[in-house]
Structure formats: C-alpha cells, structure tokens
Design a protein around this ligand. Structure first.
Ligand SMILES: Cc1cc2nc3c(=O)[nH]c(=O)nc-3n(C[C@H](O)[C@H](O)[C@H](O)COP(=O)(O)O)c2cc1C
Length: 180
C-alpha cells in the first residue's frame, strides 16, 4: 500500500523542525517513490560489487564482513532471478526517504524524529544500513538522489505500512549506566 503524500510531508516536517547545531538547518531530504525500483537496482548492484570485492580479498581484517558480503551477492542474484521474490533491501516498502546533512548528528536527530512521526501515522520505518553501504563513495548514487555538495548521506529511511503488528516491545540488554 502506498504512503499518502500528506503523510510524507508530515514526516519531513518532523525532520525540518528538529533542532540543528548552531542552527545550521543543514538537513536535506530525498523522497524516493516513483523511482524506487531504479534505486533498488542501483544499490543492489553496488552491494554486489562490494560483496564480490570483499569475498575475493578475504583476510583477517575483512573476515568480519564475510557474512554481509555473501548476503549482498545473494541478494543481487535473487534480484536478477525474477522468479525469486525476496526483497531483502526494502522489504517491498513503497517509499525511501534519504536524509543528507553537513553534520551527521543533525541528520541523525532529524531522522529519529521522522521515525517517531511515521510511527504516529501508523507507518513502520527501517533504518537501512545496507542502502548507505551501497551508496557510499558512489557518485552515481549521489547524482540519482540529488545530494548537495558537501553533504553526506546520513540515513535511508525505508517506510511503509507494516504487514504485522507487535503486541509487546522487543527484549533489550540492560541499560549500561554509570551513576557518578
Ligand atoms: C542504523 C541502522 C541500520 C540498520 N540497517 C539495516 C539493514 O540494512 N537491513 C536490515 O534488515 N535491518 C537493518 N537494521 C535493523 C536492525 O538490524 C534492527 O533494528 C535490530 O536488529 C533490532 O531489531 P528490532 O528493530 O526489531 O528491535 C538497521 C537498524 C539501524 C538502527
């Protein structure tokens, strides 16, 4: 199910009104909706390249990424094999909002408020680290997303109506607190 434009605007407003350091107001938003298939293909292609490069140079330093490298190459194979419908990048969501900023802190704070607004509008949000990986150092992706010079892609928010509803929250580790 598509996400209504008025909800997209409310989510962006939550980002826009988030405070920024020195009041820079440096956060930008790219709404990927109509071209989401192209975006998926571009990111999967880049992840496949990165995955293959990691797998062909496995050593003590890259071993920790082996699991992801295998996952990325498999995701691309599945994407190319049209009979396998398993969207492990965007999970069939109809919308991605890419947040870019001069300051990673400003972009992250805005993104977090955007998530809360999306949740309040009955939408689910996935912060997609894979998308950031597939975008990193890729001019083609920056151009596709119209990222301004000097801005960094900070988050990719994958947004849609969830298929499932959870009746309780997830377990988490105890808080790591020091009382001084
Ligand atoms: C910054 C960030 C990046 C993430 N990237 C991905 C991703 O690329 N793919 C994915 O399937 N999940 C991704 N996740 C989801 C996390 O794996 C998930 O939030 C975590 O395992 C906790 O699960 P929960 O959100 O269900 O509590 C990401 C989460 C965060 C906060």
């Amino acid at each position: 199910m598509k996400v209504e434009n008025n909800k997209i605007i409310k989510i962006i407003e939550a980002g826009r009104f988030t405070p920024t350091g020195s009041n820079q107001q440096d956060v930008s938003f790219t709404v990927v909706k109509d071209k989401i298939s192209e975006f998926r293909e571009l990111i999967l292609k880049n992840l496949n390249e990165k995955g293959k490069s990691i797998l062909s140079n496995l050593g003590p330093e890259t071993m920790q990424f082996k699991k992801y490298a295998e996952m990325w190459t498999q995701m691309y194979q599945e994407y190319q094999n049209e009979s396998v419908h398993n969207d492990r990048l965007f999970f069939e969501a109809p919308l991605v909002i890419v947040v870019s900023a001069n300051s990673i802190v400003n972009g992250s704070l805005a993104s977090s408020n955007m998530e809360l607004m999306a949740n309040a509008l009955d939408l689910g949000v996935l912060f997609s680290g894979f998308t950031l990986r597939g975008a990193k150092d890729k001019e083609e992706v920056r151009e596709f997303l119209n990222i301004k010079k000097n801005k960094e892609i900070v988050t990719a928010l994958v947004i849609g109506y969830p298929d499932v509803k959870y009746s309780r929250t997830v377990p988490r580790k105890e808080a790591d607190i020091s009382w001084n």
